[in-house]
Design a protein around this ligand. Structure first.
Ligand SMILES: [Zn+2]
Length: 373
């Protein structure tokens, strides 16, 4: 169980950046999270530290990313097209070149590295960077809204200090960039629970991807069927995660807490809610000796605010009232806050569709458990 000192890494500087109108990833959602936590009075707890996010240094990024790619990203920082952008995954659709794209990436990565440093040094048992969790970024390529892969940088920085690291990814998309980075490595356990790649980006993450060479067995994937709910998600988590953590015995857990698995998310097709999410977050807390928590997806803009406020409350052992603070609602009269409640209503599927989903996940989970580490 994590010790009680916590740290929250944040800066309004995140708001200086925009992927462009119409792009699903809106840095403004981070401000909503911060303001909701603050409205509940959870930004000035005696047991916590609020740390201002600082950009990573260029050399920090080279822990994982190639020199060539970093140079191209740096050139793209002025927001204009650069030569060979396409071969680095830049400049169209998912990964637009926008003004400050390099500064944004460095700030997010820096905040995650600060979280890792606070936890590894013992200054905090848990540190949370809501801007982090950009798990699709590759060594020399932007992918899925992620230019720099901050979870990989965090894990690499901890490996350099001789730590064993377990990575738990509950984003609706497969944590492909992180898995790839450590696919041959037995010092890092990566676990990703996600919607099946059959119909969803990035298309990978089948249960048969288990690592290779020394890393055989150290990559774990639970693909979930289209429209899976909280019960199915929790079943997958409970069947696979504690068992692997117990066997692997990490020094530190790094988690990606994406909430694009939620019902109203426009980019994916699961039916999760804050109810299941809170159970999973509590479980991660129980099984983590030390915990670096990162954000992730969540494209219905009010979901990260509600879910990550609840997560922060769990990290600090606080039970929040369900009524959203009036001051916050007045400031942000958004559709997603219309119920006036912090928690979603329970949403549990039933009937034959649910039974066949459960059977499918049971099959996958049994296979994973038989070969666990
Ligand atoms: Zn995602």
């Amino acid at each position: 169980m994590c010790q009680m000192k916590t740290a929250f890494i944040y800066s309004d500087d995140f708001l200086k950046f925009s992927y462009g109108q119409g792009h699903p990833l809106k840095p403004f959602r981070l401000k909503l999270v911060y303001d909701l936590i603050k409205a509940y009075g959870l930004m000035s707890l005696p047991s916590m530290r609020l740390i201002r996010a600082k950009p990573a240094k260029d050399e920090d990024l080279l822990l994982f990313h190639t020199h060539d790619y970093i140079e191209v990203l740096k050139d793209a920082d002025h927001g204009l097209d650069v030569e060979e952008a396409e071969s680095y995954g830049l400049g169209y659709g998912d990964n637009p070149i926008f003004e400050g794209v390099y500064e944004w990436s460095k700030l997010v990565a820096g905040a995650s590295l600060q979280a890792a440093e606070l936890v590894d040094s013992g200054e905090a048992g848990i540190a949370f960077n809501i801007s982090g969790g950009l798990h699709h970024g590759q060594a020399s390529r932007a992918s899925g809204f992620c230019y720099i892969n901050d979870p990989v940088l965090v894990i690499k920085s901890l490996l350099k200090r001789g730590r064993r690291v377990a990575y738990i990814d509950i984003d609706v998309h497969h944590g492909d960039g992180v898995q790839q980075a450590f696919y041959y490595n037995d010092k890092v356990l990566t676990i990703s629970i996600h919607e099946s790649g059959r119909h969803l980006f990035p298309g990978t993450g089948s249960e048969n991807e288990t690592g290779a060479d020394a890393g055989k067995g150290y990559s774990v994937n639970v693909p979930l069927p289209f429209s899976a709910d909280d019960e199915i998600f929790a079943y997958a988590f409970d069947s696979v995660v504690p068992l692997h953590i117990e066997k692997f015995k990490p020094d530190i857990v790094v988690s990606q807490l994406g909430v694009d698995s939620f019902i109203a998310d426009p980019l994916a097709h699961l039916n999760c809610t804050t109810n299941g999410f809170c159970k999973i977050v509590s479980r991660i807390k129980e099984i983590s000796p030390k915990w670096v928590a990162l954000g992730g997806g969540g494209y219905e803009i009010t979901n990260p605010a509600k879910a990550w406020t609840l997560a922060w409350a769990i990290m600090n052992d606080i039970d929040l009232p369900d009524e959203l603070p009036a001051s916050f609602l007045n400031k942000y009269p958004l559709d997603g806050f219309k119920s006036g409640k912090l928690r979603d209503r329970k949403y549990i599927l039933s009937g034959s569709e649910k039974e066949s989903m459960l059977k499918e996940v049971e099959r996958v989970v049994d296979k994973i458990r038989r070969t666990a580490l």
